[in-house]
Design a protein around this ligand. Structure first.
Ligand code: DON
Length: 568
């Protein structure tokens, strides 16, 4: 059925391709500059629509909503209406806050839902298929954002995404490659062939036409969030759940709410860093890393030296041990904010760091060991000419989330349930462990690492940044901040620079290929560190406000993907 409809729409799309707005342009490979606005995202069409909305007089929030919906069409691996995310913002008047549109556990979820009778984790159950999906938050989040801060009619913001879904877009090499990787999983969990399954595979330039998604987006355009959480789309989601053994109900959908929260904010020299509070761990973890870093002379140790990497890994280990014990959805668990963000607590916690030996993670706290893999999320940063700034990270968790497409509605559901601690001390797909704080409970948000961040200098907007990368999100944002604020790199260098990562368990330092030469690696090993090298970490999208008030946009061009910054 999908395939038949697709081929019909392909014909229409060929005729209408010229109308598909907006036209992506060849991405630049160096920073973009602009005095009136800037959009940096992981996808050319998404960046283009954000710019278009700014040029039509929209503010950064309007542009963010348009970008978000365009990503759901042109970046289906992570851009989503079947997932959730977080937004940190700063208005032109200097008001700072955040919006939590993270998925929630359905009412029928319970803490042992992924365990067998012996209490062992059933492999894959929280990661793929219907049971791995949380109640999506994106549509409610975008409605909240628009109602509070939007200045253009909502239809104007979502219409470009509808047009591209309806008329089609040319898939990028990156999107084609990612769709091809998951053909077997798509076939495994979906009850009928889905649009993304393609005999012979996808190629760069293929036209992807998504008529069902266009209809779903139209229902949102016409009915707002109610056009998603109730009515036909809700019926389709619930039918999908019932057909595939999932547990999301009409009541779960109708009950979903996005939540405004104060940011976690911390001072570092002249800078004030604002990031995401729980249900993300990002803000607290970044704050702990920055507070901890203030006790050491990183500038003298140098950028990406073995000494710096050793010290960062030691700080990270302690922060991720705290994360595993103390962090979870603060609406359900009493997160000890004050203690965790107390500089005296951080200093005491880091007091046993030695520059001549690694601290085994088992001495910091005991736990299991597992490896981290690379998965997909996406971040975009936007500023407008008035000075409003939006930092937004969003995900379906793994590439294409649960791999389940809601039949008839044309979008993938997340597999965010895997971000809960399915059992105490048992690692999730990012090797992260947790306990009571992040145990599954009905209506609870699973703990995230997403860290949309905004930095002020002297009370003025200075930096907007964020990245995908699962548990490496926190450490990547931290390193870009250190590169820029301590090591004196410019923003493109700070983003391009190779990254490292450590997270308590597993007890290893992950290095991005090329981060250290052999002698440097040997120096770290001599301190007792186990190293693991991976091809790349993250995909940072950042904007800096320059001294004259104009903006510099930096996309992560060095790593695979289609990141693009454009300003005007
Ligand atoms: O919320 C989290 O922390 C994860 N679900 C994010 C997943 C992710 O970043 C995958 N991307 N590379």
């Amino acid at each position: 059925m999908n395939l038949i409809r697709t081929s019909v729409f392909v014909l229409f799309a060929l005729l209408l391709a010229a109308c598909a707005s907006p036209e992506p342009q060849e991405p630049p490979r160096s920073p973009a500059f602009g005095a009136n606005g800037m959009v940096v995202s992981a996808n050319p069409e998404a960046t283009a629509v954000g710019l278009q909305i700014l040029q039509e007089g929209g503010n950064a929030f309007d542009a963010a909503i348009a970008v978000k919906y365009m990503l759901s069409v042109t970046y289906p691996i992570a851009g989503n209406i079947g997932g959730g995310g977080f937004m940190v913002y700063r208005t032109a008047a200097g008001e700072v806050g955040s919006l939590d549109f993270r998925e929630t556990a359905p009412a029928a979820a319970h803490r042992d839902m992924y365990l067998d009778e012996e209490g062992n984790l059933i492999d894959g159950l929280s990661r793929i298929g219907h049971l791995s999906a949380g109640v999506p938050g994106t549509v409610a989040g975008m409605e909240e954002a628009w109602e509070r801060f939007g200045s253009l009619p909502f239809a104007q913001l979502i219409e470009p995404a509808i047009q591209v879904a309806e008329n089609g877009h040319r898939v990028t090499a990156f999107n084609a490659e990612q769709s091809n990787r998951f053909q077997d999983e798509f076939a495994e969990v979906n009850r009928a062939p889905i649009l993304f399954m393609k005999e012979g595979g996808w190629q760069e330039g293929d036209l992807l036409v998504q008529p069902e998604l266009a209809e779903t987006l139209r229902r949102i355009r016409d009915g707002g969030a109610a056009g998603f959480y109730t009515g036909e789309t809700a019926d389709l989601i619930v039918a999908e759940m019932q057909a595939g053994g999932g547990i999301i109900t009409h009541e779960d959908l109708a009950a979903y709410r996005a939540v405004w929260r104060p940011t976690v904010s911390v001072d570092f020299g002249d800078y004030r860093i604002h990031s995401m509070p729980p249900s993300s761990s990002g803000g607290i973890a970044i704050a702990q890393l920055m507070l901890g870093s203030a006790d050491f002379d990183f500038a003298s140790l140098g950028h990406l030296t073995p000494e710096t990497i050793h010290l960062m890994a030691e700080l990270m280990r302690r922060v991720y041990a705290d994360r595993a014990t103390h962090l979870g959805d603060s609406d359900f668990f009493d997160v000890p904010f004050e203690m965790l963000l107390d500089p005296a607590y951080i200093s005491a916690r880091n007091a046993d760091i030695s520059m001549s030996a690694a601290t085994p993670s088992s001495l910091i706290k005991e736990g299991e060991v597992e490896r981290i893999e690379s998965f997909e999320t996406t971040h975009f940063s936007i500023v407008d000419g008035a000075g409003n700034a939006v930092s937004l990270t969003t995900t379906v968790n793994s590439f294409f989330g649960s791999k389940v497409m809601v039949q008839g509605a044309g979008f993938f559901l997340n597999n965010e349930m895997d971000d809960f601690a399915a059992a105490p001390g048992v690692p999730n797909q990012f090797g992260l462990v947790g306990g009571e704080a992040n145990a599954i409970e009905p209506g609870k948000r699973m703990l995230s690492s997403m860290s949309p961040t905004i930095v002020e200098r002297g009370g003025e907007l200075f930096l907007v940044l964020g990245t995908p990368g699962g548990s490496t999100i926190i450490t990547n944002v931290y390193q870009v901040l250190m590169n820029l604020l301590v090591h004196g790199l410019d923003l493109q260098q700070a983003v391009d620079a190779k990254k490292m990562h450590a997270q308590w368990l597993p007890d290893v330092i992950t290095l991005e290929e090329g981060a250290l030469d052999e002698a440097g690696q040997a120096a770290l090993e001599a301190l007792g560190h186990e190293l693991r090298i991976i091809p790349q970490i993250g995909r940072m999208q950042a904007i800096q406000r320059l001294g004259d008030g104009s903006f510099k946009g930096v996309a992560d061009y060095t790593r695979t993907g289609d990141s693009v910054a454009r300003g005007f």
